[in-house]
Ligand binder design. Structure first.
Ligand code: NAI
Length: 341
């Protein structure tokens, strides 16, 4: 069945990596149809009147899946994050960021295989900030029982479905007794229905120390929004950086697949960005289509792409961030060559 994917190039290196990923998916034989839609600062400069035009949100509602490049968010001023707004509008409550050690990408650790499952709709990301009086501001951390239970259910279900062994909750309930307290209480309650999955809790500061000492201790890490954001980049660092870390944001009806990295303005427009993280995200998208529609062809295409990028990495056919010399497009071509060879 032909599926339609909304392609959102985004800002900075976004268009470069998005078009490289699109080329790879097409070459895999998946037969996806694409509709390209704007988002980010570039949507405004292109005259769409908003950083998140309704036409983009409507297209994702219509087609159910999107492959999204990164969008720039101004620091300390300006409009609110396109990513946060999109996740809220479509209720994309479950973010999944898998990291695994990759042959050919030398790092300090060899056997990392961790998935960060992040609550994507509340916490400090609610963006509720107030200036109480000059020199005094507050930022509200929101936790609801519904969202805490929903993400815990998502994480345990994910663990069982993917045959993972353990869920570890990272929290700070010793200090934030009500909000993080609700998070761990909800996780404990949900765990009762999943006795086959091991469950543990770690206070986030000590958990982070353990993560960089012995990442093999961890399997699925479950956490609220801000912790998940920080931990995703930390985990990316364990396996070779932002160029190799994919992500997915799942809702009930729609899912948006995007790399963990941002728009990388320092290297935008130079053709040197690593498209692999977004290509890996597209593999997650194909596997999602396989599970959702029981469509084996999507799984086969996902495997074809994954085998080919594993080969690229083993053979040193990589971009500059991984020590290679290939351009963004050059890497996509090298991968496509290995899919057919
Ligand atoms: P960043 O991830 O864009 O860049 C951090 C460092 O990693 C830079 O040195 C960059 O060159 C490098 N890098 C990132 N992706 C790379 C790739 N694919 N290949 C090679 N090198 C890569 O993070 P930064 O600089 O903090 O954020 C830049 C902008 O991106 C900000 O406006 C931020 O808000 C936005 N952002 C957007 C995200 C999204 O749309 N999902 C996620 C994270 C940040």
């Amino acid at each position: 069945m032909p599926y339609t994917c909304v392609l959102i190039p985004g800002d900075g290196i976004g268009p470069e990596v998005a078009h490289a990923a699109q080329k790879v998916v097409d070459a895999s034989g998946a037969g996806l149809e694409w509709v390209e839609r704007p988002a980010g600062a570039s949507a405004v400069t292109q005259g769409h009147g908003s950083v998140l035009p309704e036409v983009t949100v409507d297209s994702i509602r219509d087609h159910g899946i999107a492959l999204k490049g990164p969008c720039t968010t101004p620091i300390g001023k300006g409009y609110t994050s396109v990513n946060v707004a999109l996740r809220k509008k479509l209720d994309l409550y479950g973010a999944v960021r898998p990291v695994r050690s990759l042959a050919g990408v030398p790092t300090r650790f060899e056997h990392v295989d961790v998935v960060v499952v992040r609550e994507n709709t509340e916490g400090l990301y609610s963006g509720i900030e107030n200036e109480i009086t000059a020199g005094v501001v507050t930022s509200l951390k929101v936790a609801t029982e519904r969202a805490c239970s929903r993400i815990a259910e998502f994480a345990f279900h994910f663990a069982r479905e993917r045959k993972r062994r353990k869920v570890t909750v990272f929290h700070k309930a010793n200090i934030m007794k009500l909000s993080d307290g609700m998070f761990i209480n909800s996780s404990r309650a949900v765990h009762e229905a999943y006795p086959d999955i091991e469950y543990e809790e770690r206070i986030i500061d000590a958990g982070c120390m353990r993560l960089v000492q012995a990442p093999e201790d961890f399997d699925i890490i479950l956490c609220e929004n801000l912790y998940g954001d920080v931990l995703s980049d930390l985990c990316a660092g364990l396996v070779g950086g932002l160029g190799v870390t994919p992500g997915a944001n799942y809702g009930v009806q729609q899912s948006v697949f995007e790399a963990v990295h941002g728009s990388a303005p320092d290297i935008a427009g130079q053709g040197v960005a690593n498209p692999l993280a977004l290509i890996m995200s597209s593999v997650m998208m194909l596997n999602h289509l396989h599970r959702k529609h029981d469509d084996q062809k999507c799984a086969d295409c996902a495997k074809r792409i994954r085998d080919a990028y594993d080969r690229c990495l083993r053979e040193g056919a990589t971009t500059r961030d991984l020590g290679g010399e290939l351009s963004t497009d050059g890497f996509a071509d090298a991968l496509i060559e290995r899919m057919s060879g």
